[in-house]
Design a protein around this ligand. Sequence first.
Ligand code: PTJ
Length: 252
Amino acid sequence: MLIEVPDSHPRAASLRIREKLIDGFDKGLVAKAGLIAHGRGECFDYLIGEKTQPFAEKATEAACAMIILAEHPVLSINGNVAALCPEDCVTLSIVSGAPLEINLFYRTKEREDALLKHMLNHGADEVLGVGDDETVQIEELQSKRRIVSKKGIYRADVVFVPLEDGDRTEALVETGKKVITVDLNPLSRTAQKAQITIIDNIVRTIPLITEMLKNMKKLPKNTLQNILHNYDNQKTLQETLSFIMQRLKELR
Ligand code: PTJ
């Protein structure tokens, strides 16, 4: 951590998250654009009250059902996610049985190596998409995100892709995969295109999804299918915007 944030600071939690990103940038994990993306995220987090709201809980429940019902779910990790909550991602991978895959927009060998080491240091046994893992290319994608693990995203039916860019979400959906995203911005292309959009901060989502998964794994298959069947992502996006409008009215 670059600065000690005193507990008494009114914005202590938010500042500590920001420090993690800066530290991650200094360690070569986070891309420059990742810092900008974080600023955008902070702004939307203000708008939703920096709390997990009911629309996010509903989406998280549907995401759990989708992951449990999947044959080959994969958790895609980028620089921001790895810097913010590496251990939580490892725990989620263990609880869900979905492997972790590093997939980068700003892909360089240095970042691949740094992220692999970082995730292994935080308890991961295996990390796909980097190192010796065999990769292939998704034709529909132009960016370096097209480089995916043969054992991971390439064969996955469900991909959990937090803090994602719109192109890859569209490409993954086009290839017939189901996409779950976490994005604080309900207006982003990713938020609009994913099958399930959790509008919440990744640092709150990963522990919540892990807890919910533990309980929901006990549910019968048809109950999980009903949860998914009754989930409407467009409604989630509408509810989020209504919530933000109402909150701004109240704050005014
Ligand atoms: O590590 P790389 O090279 O794969 O690059 C990662 C970034 C994030 C730079 C890349 O994926 C990117 O450019 O993403 P975007 O298009 O900036 O989108 C990131 C989205 O995540 C934005 O809509 C932000 O509002 C949102 N966001 C930022 N921080 C958080 C967040 N959503 C949830 N939790 C956050 N902490």
